[in-house]
Every structure is written in C-alpha cells, then in structure tokens.
Design a protein around this ligand. Structure first.
Ligand SMILES: C[S@@+](CC[C@H](N)C(=O)[O-])C[C@H]1O[C@@H](n2cnc3c(N)ncnc32)[C@H](O)[C@@H]1O
Length: 189
C-alpha cells in the first residue's frame, strides 16, 4: 500500500488491485460474518480471511501464513477491539506494528480510564461474556504508543470525530451523536 500523503486524512484506496486486504478476527465472529454475507448475497471478493484469537495467538504469524508481505507498508484498522483484550496483548500489537515496514499505520480506539472498570460496565460486559479489559487514562494515548515504538499521528476525541466525520443538516444540526467514550488514535512508525 502506498504511504498516504496526509496521514491525518488517510483513505484506503480499496479499489487498487495492488492492495491486499486481510480481515483478521476471532474465528467465531468471522464465521458468522461470512455466513451473513453469503446469506445476503454481498460480495467479499478480494478479502483474505484470517481467523485469529488475539489473546492466544500471533496475528502477525497468522497474517504471514495468509500471504501478508512484511516488506510492504500496511494500514491496520483496529476499531472496537482493544477494550476486549488484556493490556499485554494491546501493547504487544502496537510493538508488532512498530516492527512492520516503514510507512505502516494503525488506527484504534480506546476507552478512557474510569469507564471500563466501573462496576456497572464490568457487570454489563461480563454478563455478555465479553468482559472489558483495557483502558487508558485520557491524555496518555500519545505516550502509550510512543512507549511501544510508534508515533501518534492523530488523536481524536468525540468533538473532533463529530466535526470531521459526521455531516450536519442545512440548519447546522448534526445527523449523528457520539458519546465521550475515549479516543481514536492513528499511529505510525
Ligand atoms: C465491537 S466489535 C467491533 C467490530 C468492528 N471492528 C467494528 O468496528 O464494527 C468487537 C470485535 O472484536 C473482536 N474480538 C474481541 N476479542 C477478540 C479476540 N480475543 N481475538 C480476536 N478478535 C476479538 C470481535 O470478534 C469483534 O469483531
């Protein structure tokens, strides 16, 4: 994948034939998603599926086995996942991205400290069988990625996400809403 000129507004050129696309997810979720896509007749041509439990296996090893080229820069979209993983797994993932080809990027969201381990959220997420395990103190995200070998290129909280990505009506009202959950971080090496 070509290195984007402006990382802050990076777009993935999905139509390009020289870009390999991999989807790495927990085996159960991925199987359900694939079955659903088939059922609704939605094409997933060109996507290489890589089932992997991040907590117990190396996603990088699984990607290599699926044809990932380590010399080519990668853009990793890791949205809605960090909170389900032990801190050591999130840290290890950032360090692994820091060892990818120059120009590689990862975008991930993370919850603010205070949310994840509140008794209410712990009760709620444990009851659903997917306990939340990872958070960061607000404002420490940049230091977190730096500590594990990456540079923070962007760190978007709710207001910035809303103004950048959620359109407004002609009368100026936002068509969406975002709770102040934490932030979305874009980091690269
Ligand atoms: C809230 S969903 C987010 C899905 C999607 N990325 C999105 O933003 O809409 C959480 C995702 O994390 C994945 N996940 C949670 N724990 C995981 C693990 N240990 N290994 C791999 N994937 C995991 C789930 O399978 C699911 O796809």
């Amino acid at each position: 994948m070509a290195t984007p000129r402006s990382t802050a507004h990076a777009r993935i050129a999905l139509g390009r034939r020289d870009i390999r696309r991999f989807e790495v997810d927990a085996p159960g979720t991925q199987a359900q998603e694939r079955a659903l896509l088939t059922r609704v007749g939605c094409s997933d041509a060109g996507i290489r599926y890589v089932p992997c439990d991040f907590a117990t296996r190396s996603w990088y090893a699984e990607l290599l086995a699926a044809g990932f080229e380590s010399a080519v820069p990668a853009c990793i979209v890791w949205e809605g996942v960090t909170m389900y993983l032990p801190p050591a797994v999130v840290e290890g993932t950032v360090r692994q991205v820091a060892a990818l080809a120059p120009g590689s990027l990862i975008g991930f969201d993370c919850m603010d400290e205070g949310w994840v381990f509140s008794p209410a959220m712990q009760r709620f997420t444990r009851r659903g069988g997917e306990p939340w395990l990872f958070d960061l103190k607000a404002g420490t995200e940049e230091a977190f990625v730096r500590r594990h070998g990456l540079r923070c290129l962007d760190n978007l909280r709710c207001d910035a996400l809303m103004s950048r990505y959620v359109p407004r009506t002609v009368t100026g009202q936002s068509v969406g809403a975002c709770i102040d959950f934490g932030c979305f971080v874009l980091a690269g090496r």
